[in-house]
Design a protein around this ligand. Structure first.
Ligand code: PEP
Ligand code: MN
Length: 631
């Protein structure tokens, strides 16, 4: 049983509780947290007895021996923040690096590669717990110094293992996250030590540990007031010998249900085989993992430890590309917009100390989900009634960024936003995001499918679910401005009303989720643009958007397309829009692969200017849907 007091109790009161409950033969444990004192006991205590000692904020009674690690302690899920990196909830985080730090040259080389390819955190062991005493044991403190240098040089947090209470103190001086290895998962003295060192802890699952053992090991750390624990499934011992271990994928959804702590998957140790790492990493993320940890080495054949399971940097790149696609489907964000569109950190801090993000609808709308996923938690989120209002807020500076949908895989382009891009020439496209859209039927509690009289939805949702709607006879369909509003209206109208909306909005408004995934096809994705007045073209960008107009004569469009063809520039999208007030005249919107820095693209733009009567660059950014390479 966990009792959370409203505020911190002084020592005298805690002692009094101990004495009182001691009379009943009960052991209680106190944990200090900034929100208030927490009392944990194995057996249930009457809340009435405790109320005499202080105001109680919350009581939870997990049915498991782990109590603070139980999901009910933090139902939304724990988020751990390390500098710019957020771990947990809707974020997907990648930890990569060598098994062991071997030299400065080796670590720098790997750090540079993995960071540029998308790793958020660098790994590397300095104290290595090796099965054989004759194997490389790690560089010790020298390895920690190299890690610290790599952290500075490449601006990336580092995780490294502590193997004893003594070296944990040293590791804490260098590492951003302290790793507890599989072999030490039940080294309780070590767990207690890292708990009080106060750094985030990555707790690997023991080779033969049950899920309960593992969560109780986490409980040791939480019980000393350190709530920053990340769990890592790294394979367990089974009868199977073709792979080094058996990656227990079952454990991921099981632990995600049981606990609020973020769960990572380590397919390198889980399989021991380089070629099996990518599929198992993808499987782990599909099962709900909050991150992956993989070993990468530029020359695995020469690695001093775990070479056979280390990815080549090029394989790591492929893994990241694959994760990018899967992240959309599992609804997690691989890259928070910490420096939008790859702008330099100096540019970011100069331009906007805090993100202020405008989007359509309230919390629960698809735009709000994108805004929340793409931007850090401490951003200010501004909800708007119309798309134009989003643009206005960005233009006036009230918002640093805006998020608007631009196209959907079932219903096509959202033309209103193409037109608004032209109305606001001071606004640039600085990024894009994709989300998998799932539409559900929500009803006022007690309403059956046959009793529905009114159905609220955004017109986009109606078009995405046209087949399902045909099956509902005699229902009055009412358009609303966004997904969240559909659920709100259904809840206000009462019995007989329903909505097509997101799961989040249906739950938020206390409706019943009657039918899930009612869209015409499960391949339902929406692309959103991230807008800002602050735009810094970067060489790393690989997608450019522009709009042009051409003279109305034969071959004019062909000549423009020839500019791209002649330079082997790949066009991603070409869309024409009528020009308001000029019947049968069109603007062309084009997205192409490239950036605004390289001369090749600069020359193409010069050439385009000559062949068009109007040309505007809408922005450059990173293509978030890199197609998977075949090999
Ligand atoms: C490691 O991460 O290099 C390691 C030793 O892992 P584990 O403790 O899971 O074997
Ligand atoms: Mn290893």
């Amino acid at each position: 049983m966990v009792v959370i007091f409203d505020g911190v109790l002084d020592e005298a009161r805690k002692q009094a509780v101990l004495r009182e409950l001691g009379k009943q033969g009960m052991l209680v444990h106190w944990v200090d947290s900034p929100q208030g004192s927490i009392m944990v006991s194995e057996r249930e205590v009457s809340a009435q007895v405790l109320e005499a000692f202080g105001k109680i904020a919350r009581v939870i009674k997990p049915s498991t021996p782990f109590q603070l690690a139980h999901r009910s302690f933090n139902p939304d899920g724990t988020v751990i923040t390390i500098g710019d990196v957020e771990i947990g909830q809707e974020t997907l985080t990648i930890i990569a690096g060598p098994c062991a730090v071997e030299s400065e040259e080796q670590l720098f080389r790997i750090a540079e590669a993995v960071k540029s390819m998308g790793a958020h955190i660098l790994r590397g062991g300095a104290f290595k717990p090796r099965t054989s005493p004759y194997s490389f044991q790690g560089l010790g403190e020298q390895g920690l110094e190299i890690l610290a240098k790599a952290r500075e040089k490449f601006s990336i947090p580092v995780v490294t293992e502590a193997t004893s209470p003594e070296n944990a103190v040293l590791v804490a001086q260098y590492a951003d996250i302290i790793q507890i290895g599989a072999r030490n998962m039940q080294n309780f003295e070590l767990l207690k030590k890292v708990a009080i060192l106060g750094k985030p802890v990555l707790l690997k699952r023991g080779l033969s540990a049950t899920i309960e053992d593992w969560l109780l090991a986490a409980e040791y750390i939480l019980s000393l007031g350190n709530f920053q624990v990340i769990l890592c499934e790294r394979g367990i011992r089974t009868i199977e010998r073709f792979t080094r271990n058996t990656l227990d994928l079952n454990a991921i959804p099981v632990v995600k249900d049981l606990s609020h702590l973020p769960v990572f998957v380590d397919p390198s140790h889980g399989t021991g085989l380089r070629e099996k790492v990518i599929p198992m990493a993808l499987a782990g993320v599909s099962c709900g993992a909050d991150g992956v940890m993989v070993e990468v080495h530029h020359a695995p054949e020469q690695a001093l430890s775990d070479g056979p399971q280390s990815l080549y940097p090029e394989q790591f790149r492929r893994l990241v590309n694959n994760l990018q696609v899967i992240s959309v489907i599992v609804g997690k964000e691989l890259n928070k917009e910490k420096s939008p569109a790859g702008a330099s950190p100096a540019f970011v801090s100069k331009s906007f100390p805090q993100f202020k993000v405008a989007f359509l609808g309230e919390k629960g709308s698809f735009s709000s989900q994108v805004a929340q996923k793409a931007f850090p938690r401490d951003s200010q989120f501004i909800s708007c009634y119309t798309f134009r209002e989003v643009f206005e807020k960005v233009a006036s500076g009230e918002a640093t960024h805006g998020v608007v949908p631009i196209e959907n895989t079932i219903t096509g382009s959202i033309h209103a936003n193409y037109d608004l891009l032209l109305d606001f020439p001071e606004i640039f496209v600085v990024g894009e995001r994709f989300i998998k859209v799932s539409q559900h039927l929500g009803v006022y509690p007690g309403t059956g499918v046959g009793d529905i009289q009114f159905l609220f939805a955004h017109p986009q949702a109606f078009s995405q679910c046209s087949r399902f709607l045909e099956s509902l006879k005699g229902v009055k369909i009412i358009d609303v401005g966004n997904t969240e509003e559909a659920a709100r209206k259904a809840s206000e109208f009462g019995k007989g009303s329903a909505c097509i909306s997101s799961e989040e909005a249906i739950r938020k408004h206390g409706l019943e989720l009657l039918e899930e995934d009612v869209e015409d096809t499960p391949c339902n994705f929406t692309r959103f643009l991230i807008l800002s007045r602050y735009f810094e073209p970067r060489k790393e960008h690989d997608k450019v958007s522009c709009v042009f107009r051409i003279p109305n004569r034969s071959g004019a469009l062909f000549e423009v397309l020839e500019v791209f063809y002649a330079r082997s520039i790949n066009l991603i999208k070409l869309e024409s829009r009528p020009i308001p007030g000029e019947p049968w005249e069109y603007l062309f919107y084009v997205d192409w692969e490239g950036n605004l820095i390289d001369t090749k693209f600069g020359e193409a733009l010069e050439e385009l200017k000559k062949k068009t009567t109007f040309l505007r660059i809408l922005g450059s950014y990173n293509n978030r849907w890199k197609l998977l390479k075949k090999n």
